[in-house]
Design a binder for this molecule. Structure first.
Ligand code: GGG
Length: 356
């Protein structure tokens, strides 16, 4: 059966790295007889915004709804404020399709460099789950008294619904149970005396259904410190939208950098297509130069494979990335001199070699 993938390369290096993610998927399909993909590309992003006043068409979600999955590059361009591009494309898809799970592996692949002295792949292997549709990214707020020097203010409202908290926490427990890991809840229940207290309470309530899963609850500041000091204590981590975004950049820092940080935006019900993207943005400073690391985008394509039921191939793509790093075919962020395309081609070759 052919699986249909919508492709949104987006802005900046998103275009370059997405091409390599598709090359990896094509390599998988070339050697995996049971796999077949049909790609359809959409030129949505900032160029479209500048020409037509919108990042994507009004019926974008209806168009995407018929696909099996979405592969995204990046959004963001210095010619347009970042909140306009982010709220013009990525966040409406996450919210509109209710992609409430943002899975971000923080895993040190064999051969990848880490900023932490003496740490090995077995020391850094967590699955961070970021609530992806509400929390601090609800998009609700206001500017009051604009221009008034004494009263001007911005309001940004966090939304922590019972349904929203419970479903991501429950997903975390299920994932921890399935993978034999512990579950860490990260919040800020001392200072955030409504949302944080509520999150912690829901976590404790849900935990009653999972007495077999070891748990810990941490304040986000302590969690940040422990990601660096003792990453091995984390298995699955579940947290809110903003904390998850921040913590996973720290996670990237200890697991090879942003060039190796992948993510999946998942609708666990399967009602809508899930979306896969590198964690990094559009990096306008290096866009068009052919030097961006495509491995995060390729890894996100591996998450897509896993989501579509091809877990064996997903693991093979990760091994291909590892072997490419071990062969020294890396971009400058990992200390090498290879171009984006050279890395992508090498990963594709490794995928084919692993299939033999
Ligand atoms: N790879 C998609 C992208 O451009 N991400 C940049 C970004 O700022 N994302 C915000 C978020 O993940 O919430």
């Amino acid at each position: 059966m052919t699986q249909r993938i919508a492709v949104i390369p987006g802005d900046g290096i998103g275009r370059e790295v997405t091409a390599e993610a598709l090359r990896a998927l094509a390599a998988v399909a070339a050697v995996g007889p049971e796999l077949s993909f049909a790609f359809e590309e959409f030129d949505w992003g900032t160029e479209r915004y500048l020409a037509k006043g919108e990042m994507m068409p009004k019926d974008a979600l209806e168009t995407l709804a018929s696909f099996d999955a979405i592969q995204l590059g990046a959004v963001g361009d210095p010619r347009v404020p970042d909140h306009v591009t982010l709220w013009g494309l990525l966040l409406p898809i996450r919210q509109g399709f209710d992609l409430y799970v943002n899975l971000r592996p923080v895993r040190l692949l064999p051969g990848a460099p880490t900023a932490l002295a003496g740490r090995r792949p077995q020391d850094i292997d967590m699955l961070v789950l970021r609530e992806n549709t509400e929390g601090e990214y609800s998009g609700k707020g206001d500017f009051l008294f604009p221009g008034d020097p004494t009263r001007e203010m911005a309001l940004q409202t966090s939304v922590f619904s019972r349904v929203g908290c419970e479903r991501i926490i429950r997903y975390g427990f299920d994932l921890a149970r399935r993978t034999g890991r512990s579950l860490t809840s990260v919040s800020k229940g001392n200072a955030m005396n409504y949302s944080g207290v509520f999150w912690d309470r829901v976590f404790m309530e849900v935990a009653e259904d999972y007495s077999d899963v070891p748990t810990q609850s941490l304040l986000v500041d302590a969690a940040a410190m422990l990601f660096v000091r003792d990453p091995g204590r984390f298995g699955v981590v579940v947290t809110s939208n903003l904390y998850g975004d921040v913590l996973t950049d720290l996670g990237a820092g200890i697991a090879g950098g942003m060039g190796l940080a992948a993510s999946a935006n998942i609708d666990p019900t399967g009602a809508s297509p899930s979306l896969f993207e590198p964690v990094h943005g559009s990096a306008p400073d290096i866009a068009g130069k052919g030097v961006a690391n495509p491995m995060a985008a390729i890894w996100s394509a591996a998450l897509l494979l896993d989501h579509l039921g091809h877990g064996r191939w997903a693991e093979r793509v990760l091994r291909a990335i590892s072997r490419t790093i071990a062969a020294g075919v890396t971009t400058a962020d990992l200390g090498g001199t290879a171009s984006t395309e050279e890395v992508g081609r090498r990963v594709a070759l490794e995928i084919e070699a692993l299939a033999e």
